[in-house]
Design a protein around this ligand. Sequence first.
Ligand SMILES: Nc1ncnc2c1ncn2[C@@H]1O[C@H](COP(=O)(O)OP(=O)(O)O)[C@@H](O)[C@H]1O
Ligand SMILES: [Mg+2]
Length: 266
Amino acid sequence: MSIQLRGLHKGFGSKKILRGLDLDVDEGETMSLVGFSGAGKSLTLKHIVGLMKPDAGTVHVDGLEVPTLPREKLFKLRLDMGYVFQFAALFDSMTIGENIAMGLRKKGGMTQAQIRERVEESLALVDLAGFSSRFPQEMSGGQQKRAGLARAIAYRPKYLLYDEPTSGLDPVTTTVIDRLVLRMKKELGVTSLVITHDMKSAYAISDRIGMLYEGRLVEVGTPQEFQESRNPIVRAFVEGEPGLKHDAEEPLPMGGDGAAGKGRKR
Ligand SMILES: Nc1ncnc2c1ncn2[C@@H]1O[C@H](COP(=O)(O)OP(=O)(O)O)[C@@H](O)[C@H]1O
Ligand SMILES: [Mg+2]
């Protein structure tokens, strides 16, 4: 039960994004992947779930080579992977309960009563017990993110992949989400990969942190090792120092808050 990327290359036209990326997420660990906007973090996740095929290199999940899996095997593997999207991606026309139940019905093998029970259990795990008949618009941004997490864990996946679970949230709500990430590990024993550019979150939730820069990991280590890293790229990122090239296409923001890569959203 682990994720292993080796020599991953991916580009679009002349733009090379991933350039020989090696990444391991070991069984039961929470690994955070950090890096400037446009570094290829979301792209890396898409390779793991098989939404994107590499130009070169290998992607293994649970010992299976994802890019070469036949469709049915890929769909089966995906049931083991909970994907928490950057934006909650809930259907507005459905209640939270229906949003969560929909995937469970598709998966099959559960009675209506079991589905209802699983929906309630999942909502309780993210402290949203009793919210199943609410519509997404009736909830705050933080509650919607938690509902997105409830949907991802409803399958009881072995893996949880989070894409910027705290982006756009205030510091208090961010802490709530961080605690939930820790709780999922503890109570469900999942193997997790969390994409974030919030270093405070990364330090709080991770067993290990990796920084993606120019298509590879420039640093991998425990939160403490990361904090003590002398790597100038890591220091610049952690300290939000402008002046490092972080996106070939975009000029660095001048003036304003001047914090390269911090708080920049696409
Ligand atoms: N399907 C695609 N077609 C073309 N370019 C893409 C595609 N997906 C991602 N990219 C480019 O790859 C780069 C990395 O994107 P992404 O992984 O989303 O970055 P981030 O680290 O911010 O998540 C960006 O420059 C983006 O424009
Ligand atoms: Mg992204």
